[in-house]
Design a protein around this ligand. Sequence first.
Ligand code: DON
Length: 567
Amino acid sequence: MRLFLAIVLAVFLCLGDAFAQSGRIPVAAEHGMVVSSHHLASEAGMHVLAQGGNAVDAAVATAFVLAVTLPSAGNIGGGGFLVYHGADGHTTTFNFREKAPLAATPTMFLGEDGEIQDNSNHEGMLSVGVPGTVAGLVLAHARLGSLPWADLVAPAVVLAEEGFPSTRAMQGFLQMLTRADDPLYHATRAAFLKDGATVYAPGELWKQPDLAASLKRIQREGHDGFYYGETARLLADFSAEHGGLITLDDLAAYQAEEQAPVHGTYRGYDIYSMGPPSSGGVALIEMLNILEDYDLEAMGHNSAQYLHVLTESMRRAFADRAEHLGDPRFNPDMPVARLLSKSYAERLRTSIDPGRASESDSSRFAALYAAQEESEETTHLSVMDRMGNAVSLTYTLEHSYGSRIVAKGTGFLLNNEMGDFNPVPGRTTSRGLIGTPPNRVAPEKRMLSSMTPTIVAKDGKPVLIVGTPGGRTIINTVLQVILNVIDHGMNIGEAVEAPRIHHQWLPNVTSFERLGISPDTRHLYEALGHTVRLRGTQGRAHCIAAQGDLLYGAADSRSYDGRAIGF
Ligand code: DON
């Protein structure tokens, strides 16, 4: 640890104010950039780059440190997606989304009355999907990494073992744990509370010995150090004891997958993003295709007319998302090529009235989504190395701190990603249930996601790395950051900071970030027939732009401990 800290400090001292970032003024650097939701994670990634590692190496190290320092979302007990664009033009993605256990069924959350029992799709062991993060990071490193695996896990091991200052952002969770009496959360209390009982104050040194031991097994044995052996046994035993479905067979069967990105074009740029089982890339490209024919620059950023066409493209893409998308292995006939096509976008565009909001046509299903605000607890990191290789990685536990369950002896939180499946087959309600077939539970199926790690390229070189947390708002946040740069000429700091909106077809409401858009604009927008709801912040986008010989990093000021670090 001392060596790691000394090197980080030395690089800091040499580079002076390369690290200063202030909202709209991005960090500029020549040789490499890491942007993540925790400064220690960005530092670890930057250190890997400074040692000569490539973007995948740095992303792996950053992701492992986030599993230690940002337990609300950073994880080894969850899953996610990595999108890669090499300086040589090679593009690929890694799909490490969680899977339903082998014993899962479409009605596994329902009681005899046909109703969801005890919120079991979101809480308790049934809500836990088979974790994918470790398999995904191992696979990405095996295919594209360059430094030794053990070196990339090392900073996380050190921080778990030797501790780091607990953060203010964790206080709410820790307070909640002091009141959690259910034996299901005993190991969580042991991992997160001082002597299993009291809250670590912000700044107090917090050590995680069980997590360090789990990480060391991964450091030594890679994939097998998580999916076989001690960690697997602890996880399977705990699951059996607490009514879960995850067995040793589930863990042994889990594999991450490398798959082609979804690809689109927008005003001469190439867009590479995550395909199903994420809905993000398809919906993003569909919206960009619709918007390409409008003169968005002339409309003006966040003018009422601009927000109107944005909303109408969101409405259409989210309707398609709900109707068509799920895990491709279980939905071989998804019309992805059609949804990505310019001709389909043109058809959708002709249905947009410039002077009037359309209806959200719910006749296909009942209302699909509740109006509840999306939590921001997923996390995104962006990396670019000195060669010009780029990584965009988003991963999650689903809710903040996931299921809040730690299997005894493992030290890490488990996801509650099973809640992303449609829980009641055939039933869609205005309260937010959706029962359409593509995303129903099945053994070894991956649940539909909105995570949208994206890389924008020009002439075969990555120029923008974009991503964010925020549930379904993710797709719209990524869209707006890209439009802010390409159409509105913003630098990446301005593009990340600019106020955002969100519409998801149903409910037929547009959320505006509070204080973000003027009442005058809002009134003009409402006069077109839209309904507005104000909300808190939307997303925490951590992004990079490459321009000329420089890299520009922007950590979203909506993030507590986020940091862009370049060198
Ligand atoms: O995969 C998804 O789309 C979600 N599980 C992501 C969750 C998220 O961003 C935070 N809160 N809902």
